[in-house]
Design a protein around this ligand. Structure first.
Ligand code: CA
Length: 219
């Protein structure tokens, strides 16, 4: 199980992040000040660290100095949204930067994107009653195997890795087909239709008007 450290002095925010990441299958540890954060960083081995910038005792920029030699990915999490702060954070070696207030779905998507970049992608993905093994490229629905083509499989992974995010057709096409989108939506749209049908996901894969598609919990 992947372990994530959350260093955030607003306890309500830290706990909200913890609950949501744990629901996604991550193990989380919270530190509510920079000193505790530094101690935990020294002791523990984390797969990723979410780091607030404005913290009591030791701020996020200083904490990043502790983390950098370890090579652990860091996402800054902060209310400081000015361009200068973003540039500073990224220059210091943060992997990404999320400005508060943020949507929890966006945070999860960014966490997963950074982990993937570090080759720490989850081997198994799940959504509703569908489970995917990314290594063996197998899919089951309610434990029954589902046969997908190569592109249908890649499309499904792309949707799940970005669940609750509206994805532009161009972006999906370029990611899954690996070539520039020339404006012809038929290939992508027909793959989406087949995926909906094979998985019974008519209610989960939503069409977003003038944008593309979004995989969404049908609650
Ligand atoms: Ca703070």
């Amino acid at each position: 199980m992947q372990k994530i450290l959350i260093v955030e002095d607003e306890e309500a925010i830290a706990n909200l992040i913890k609950i949501n990441l744990e629901a996604e299958g991550y193990q989380c540890v919270c530190a509510f000040d920079g000193k505790t954060g530094a101690d935990l960083i020294e002791e523990g081995t984390f797969d990723l660290i979410l780091l607030d910038i404005m913290l009591p005792e030791i701020n996020g920029y200083e904490l990043l100095e502790y983390v950098r030699p370890m090579g652990t990915p860091v996402i800054f999490l902060t209310a400081k949204g000015s361009v200068d702060d973003r540039i500073k954070g990224l220059k210091l070696g943060a992997d990404d930067y999320i400005v508060k207030p943020f949507q929890i779905g966006e945070l999860i998507a960014r966490v997963e994107a950074v982990l993937r970049r570090y080759g720490k992608a989850k081997q198994k993905l799940a959504f509703a009653d569908v489970e995917i093994d990314v290594i063996s490229r197998t899919v089951t629905k309610a434990n029954v195997p589902v046969e997908l083509t190569v592109k249908e499989f890649d499309l499904l992974v792309e949707l799940i890795q970005n669940k609750n995010v509206a994805l532009y057709r161009e972006r999906i096409y370029e990611k899954v087909w690996g070539e520039a989108f020339m404006g012809d939506t038929r290939t992508l749209d027909s793959h989406i239709q087949r995926l909906r049908k094979k998985l019974g996901w008519e209610n989960y894969i939503r069409t977003v008007f003038r944008v593309g598609y979004r995989l969404e919990d049908a609650t």
